[in-house]
Write a protein that binds this ligand. Structure first.
Ligand code: NAD
Length: 418
């Protein structure tokens, strides 16, 4: 098979294969292959030093048959409209699978946030919000953080929207992943990584792996990767390799996650960490371990990497980390994959709790949030696992069948405009 790599190509291929299994009509498939709305905005903000820059930004609403579009804002120099379209499609399946009343959306800001001052980042985020304002709202599209964006950015988006409306926008949830003081929910920042760890624990139980003896490798030490690594190490697993965009480190005796997190907070990167051996990012993916958590970016597990992977479980913390040809190789090697639309759905599930909390105006406790998260991740893991066993499918195929099946049912029930 051809080496299909982009997020959009991977997403379309996964959908087409699912449509064949579910016998979805061409008419419905063609609707699901294309987004409902695709917007490209060019911004011209002026940075704090007086420099005028031009920034391309994108918003894609894939489907909203189960509710308003939901999906994060990715800020990266390399993000493209195709990436955002593929990620928005994935969000449609993720929200359907995890069972929250949202559709799929995503936005992108084509700018490298590494090294930029908070002041300049705020300028760009506010500029994006002003441009995108018509496309954001509790019943339209509700953004959240993704790669390169964070809580503080969500706070600025909320402020910018409130300012434009001349009111304090407490009449619904416009953005999730906000600071708690602005109506954010406790545990949202950690929810994706925590959800990854919960699904890993569930997979270990099915495969008879003792988490306390498990060796884990994690690619990416941002929001998702660092929290997943920290949780898994608290469950008793040994983290033997970790990387970020600057490179990797490994230690077969285990790396102290709290110490590493402190180092990264201070130095801003993993490279240079003095208490473990340096290695490459590919070494992290292919090292001798039981569980591999790709939690950085897309298309990192290619066919060449897949051939050398030694892990028994791959927990896809990142969106679309595995290319379709790699997926086939991993299936042949009998490696158990917890697919992204299940594995990293904890973030959007807790975003949904934030969305409902904002209407009720009552703060949930961390205990309540984590309990709901744990129950939902386990419940959906069981559902996907049972379906895969019953129908002799991989976990990815099973998750896609369940998710796409729900969206097809809703799409048919709604009908189409003439
Ligand atoms: P982040 O920006 O907080 O962290 C990304 C990490 O990956 C950083 O450590 C960065 O250095 C590293 N990285 C980037 N490119 C890399 C490369 N080529 N090789 C190795 N490391 C690299 O982002 P995040 O929010 O943790 O998101 C990570 C992934 O998880 C993305 O695919 C994102 O779409 C997905 N995701 C995030 C959330 C969320 O709630 N933040 C929810 C669902 C899925």
């Amino acid at each position: 098979m051809k080496n299909v790599c982009s997020i959009l190509q991977t997403a379309k291929l996964n959908l087409e294969q699912t449509a064949v299994r579910l016998k979805v009509s061409d008419h419905i498939l063609n609707r699901l292959l294309e987004p409902k709305e695709k917007i490209e905005l060019t911004l011209n903000p002026t940075l704090s030093d007086g420099r005028h820059i031009q920034v391309k930004t994108y918003i894609v609403k894939h489907r909203d048959s189960l509710g308003p579009a939901k999906g994060g804002i990715r800020m990266s120099a390399s993000v493209t409209i195709d990436d955002i379209q593929g990620l928005a499609m994935e969000m449609t399946w993720k929200t359907a699978l995890i069972g929250v009343p949202f559709g799929g959306g995503k936005s992108g800001i084509q700018f490298d946030p590494v090294g930029i001052s908070q002041e300049d980042k705020e300028i760009i985020i506010r500029s994006f919000t002003r441009g995108a304002m018509r496309h954001i709202g509790p019943e339209i599209y509700v953004p959240a953080p993704d790669m390169g964006t964070n809580e503080a950015d969500m706070g600025h988006i909320r402020d910018c929207l409130a300012y434009s409306r001349g009111q304090s926008i407490t009449n619904g949830c416009y953005v999730t992943g906000k600071p708690i003081i602005l109506g954010g929910i406790v545990g949202r920042k950690e929810a994706t990584g925590r959800g990854v760890a919960y699904t890993v624990l569930a997979a270990c139980k099915k495969l008879g792996i003792d988490i306390k003896k498990a060796r884990v490798a994690v690619q990416g030490f941002g929001n998702v990767g660092s929290i997943a690594a920290m949780e898994l190490s608290e469950f008793g697993a040994k983290i033997v390799a970790v990387s970020d965009v600057t490179g990797g480190i490994k230690d077969e005796h285990g790396i102290d996650m709290k110490h590493l997190a402190g180092y990264v907070k201070e130095c801003g990167q993993i490279c240079g960490y003095p208490v473990a051996k340096e290695c490459t990012n590919d070494d992290v993916l292919t090292c001798d371990c039981d569980i591999l958590v790709p939690a950085a970016t897309q298309s990192v597990i290619t066919s060449d990497i897949a051939k050398n992977i030694k892990a028994k479980i791959i927990a896809e913390g990142a969106n679309s980390p595995t290319t379709p040809d790699a997926d086939e190789i991993l299936a042949q090697k009998n490696i158990f994959i917890i697919p992204d639309i299940l594995c990293n759905a904890g973030g959007v599930f807790v975003s949904y709790l934030e969305y409902t909390q904002e209407t009720q105006r009552e703060q949930m406790t961390l205990e309540q949030v984590n309990k709901r998260l744990n129950e939902r991740m386990n419940n959906r893991f069981e559902q996907v696992f049972d379906y895969s066993q019953k129908n002799k499918l991989t976990m990815r195929q099973a998750a896609m069948d369940i998710a796409v099946g729900r969206v097809v049912e809703a799409t048919q029930a709604l009908g189409a405009l003439p």
